[in-house]
Design a protein around this ligand. Sequence first.
Ligand code: ADP
Length: 262
Amino acid sequence: MLAAGIDIGSTAAKAVILENETIRGYAIIPTGGESVETAKKVMELTAQNAAVSINDIHCIVSTGYGRVLVPFADKNVTEISCHAKGAVYTFPNVRTILDVGGQDCKVICCNDRGAIDDFVLNEKCAAGTGRFLEQCARTLNVSVQEMGELSLNIKNDAPIINSVCVLFAKSEILQLLRDGVERCDIIAGILDALVERIYSLICKKGCRAEFMMTGGVAKNIGIVKRLEERVGMKVHLASEPQLMGALGAALYAKELYERKKM
Ligand code: ADP
């Protein structure tokens, strides 16, 4: 039985094909301006990676900010539900899930059975999201992928970045560069500021063990290490944290197909 989940995020489109319980293939591509085209493209690429034909997929569930724009989906499900589903499937004892994506940041709390209890969301501005890191990376002329490692190589104390607002942080960064502060020290200061922002969101709901981080920003080792220190707990990570929403959607698709069949 083949089931697929497709997550059209603000920054990246992700898809997963499950064969029974096993991930058979996946793909991650940037979300273009055209959500319908992006959805088709990521699904085709995933089918190719899984070596299956799209016509052989029994059920497809979409999620993410563009979830209603996937014409070939059998159903759409919210990101909160899909992230929790993918996370608890990957680590059954997880009770707090932090998802940091391109344009929002959310904390999902689960009960003893792993079902969603509560959640809190920050989606008002880029502060505390991947977009903030992308803008800072551009100002510093480094890639977002290398920021995590660079932040662990600090030469001096990290400067305090007072603002997680993209515009104010940019002028603070430019001033630090003019003052001759090392790039990796500045990056460390940026990640410290972002983690403080994320931590204040976590504190709104409390953090029950076990703790997991999902979303593209979970690939930033500098953020993960700082969070572990701040929260005082191990951060569980999937081998591909950015796929958790699409995996959850694929699990919903599998359940939907099995229910319909009955
Ligand atoms: P969305 O669902 O909102 O599109 P994602 O969960 O796909 O968001 O995450 C996108 C964010 O992840 C981007 O803003 C980017 O900065 C970050 N990201 C993606 N890949 C990496 C990586 N290899 N290292 C660090 N950050 C990454």
